[in-house]
Design a protein around this ligand. Structure first.
Ligand SMILES: NC(=O)c1ccc[n+]([C@@H]2O[C@H](COP(=O)([O-])OP(=O)(O)OC[C@H]3O[C@@H](n4cnc5c(N)ncnc54)[C@H](O)[C@@H]3O)[C@@H](O)[C@H]2O)c1
Length: 367
């Protein structure tokens, strides 16, 4: 099978799982890694047996590399993506696509002009758990969704992440950091959002770093860390979302979809796995649903592999820029709704991504 040559920019915390998986996907040939801190790139190249560690400038000049996987911190996602696009390369960003709607739009329109593709994490919605939920909804066996809930109730990442500052700067916070998993999953299951409102706040002005290095360092909080929002979907369902870094303990489910004839308990959208459960209105017990799709392990990079197929065949890719731009618009609009004290009508939309194919071989996406 033909492959697309791929390079990674950004060799921090999340890069290891991409390096591990991108070496295995059949549509991808991972040829080089890069970081503004070249030593980090060299260390990852040595650890994962990648032939070349390059500066970002050198990587962008390499004619063979067709996709740049952008694993830098959110505030430079746009700058790195735009440099890749200018160099004539398709780009796959880690989430969020960018930290403002305007930056997201620039990435999308520039890529279109240049004739290259944009993709974006998360790709967890392509995994076995969320695809099994998608099949239940698409089959209509428990009717159409009338409502949904999504809850990320946590105490923040400064206790474990070695460089947690970016989580509290513009482009971070629970909404821009964790919201993409929940909102992307909801859009994949129910379709695009048409209107949102919310209340958001900074509950604590400072956070204390609990991880090494610089344990005990104070971090100034610049973005809301508790957001309670409402999403009106075009298809008619109403979603309730709470994302928080300010909660010490909670007992809420991750996600539930309430349909006309029953409820689906949806797995954690930050994973590729289950469990998936249904409570049908005519049955007394919750029913465990077997996962009927591949990719139940941590398959980060699946969206990149899918984009490589799209580049080779001209078909659409699932974790697309269009989807991520809509999710970015939902997130920014949730913040704006709270600031302005009103509902916001969204200016973007997107198509539901294609469902995954059943019975795929490991590390392939097409039969
Ligand atoms: N850490 C996680 O568990 C996790 C999980 C899922 C997604 N993500 C996302 O992945 C992205 C990266 O997160 P991380 O945790 O790996 O951060 P990190 O700070 O550990 O790593 C980021 C890397 O990018 C490099 N970098 C920064 N600016 C650059 C530039 N202009 N050019 C080239 N390299 C540059 C840094 O030197 C660093 O090595 C973020 O968007 C984050 O939201 C992280």
């Amino acid at each position: 099978m033909k492959q697309v040559k791929v390079g990674i920019i950004g060799c921090g915390n999340i890069s290891s799982i991409y390096l591990k998986n991108l070496k295995l996907f059949k549509s991808v040939d991972l040829v080089a890694v890069s970081d503004i801190d070249l030593k980090r790139a060299e260390a990852k190249a040595a650890e994962f047996g990648i032939f070349r560690a390059l500066s970002p400038e050198k990587m962008l000049k390499d004619k063979e590399i067709k996709i740049i996987v952008n694993l830098t911190v959110p505030k430079v996602h746009k700058e790195v993506a735009m440099a890749a696009i200018r160099a004539g390369k398709s780009v796959y960003n880690e989430k969020p696509l960018a930290i403002t709607r305007e930056d997201g739009k620039k990435i999308i329109t520039s890529a279109k002009k240049k004739g290259v593709l944009v993709g974006c994490a998360p790709d967890t919605f392509m995994g076995a758990g969320l695809q099994t939920v998608r099949r239940i909804i698409d089959s209509g066996e428990i009717g159409r969704p009338v409502a949904a809930t999504a809850f990320l109730m946590g105490a923040g990442p400064e206790g474990w992440h070695p460089n947690p500052e970016f989580f509290y700067q513009k482009g971070g916070g629970p909404l821009f950091d964790m919201g993409p998993y929940y909102i992307t999953a909801l859009v994949n299951l129910i379709g695009p959002v048409k209107r949102v409102t919310s209340s958001a706040q900074i509950s604590f002005k400072e956070r204390i770093k609990g991880s090494e290095p610089k344990k005990g360092k104070r971090i100034k909080v610049e973005v809301p860390t508790h957001v309670a929002g409402v999403l009106d979907f075009k298809a008619g369902a109403v979603g309730t979302i709470i994302v928080s870094f300010d909660v010490k303990a909670a007992g809420l489910p991750r996600m539930e979809i309430y349909c006309e004839k029953g409820t689906i308990s949806v797995p954690d959208p930050n994973t590729f796995n289950g469990p998936v459960k249904i409570k049908r209105s005519n049955k007394g017990e919750w029913e465990d649903i077997a996962l009927t799709y591949g990719y139940s392990d941590n398959s980060r990079g699946l969206g990149v592999a899918d984009m490589a197929y799209a580049l080779m065949s001209g078909r659409k890719h699932r974790a697309s820029g269009e989807l991520a731009f809509h999710v970015l618009d939902v997130m920014q609009s949730l913040h704006e709704a709270s600031e302005k004290g009103k509902h916001i009508m969204l200016s973007t939309t997107c198509a539901k991504p294609e469902a995954m194919v059943k019975g795929l071989k490991a590390f392939e996406l097409e039969k």
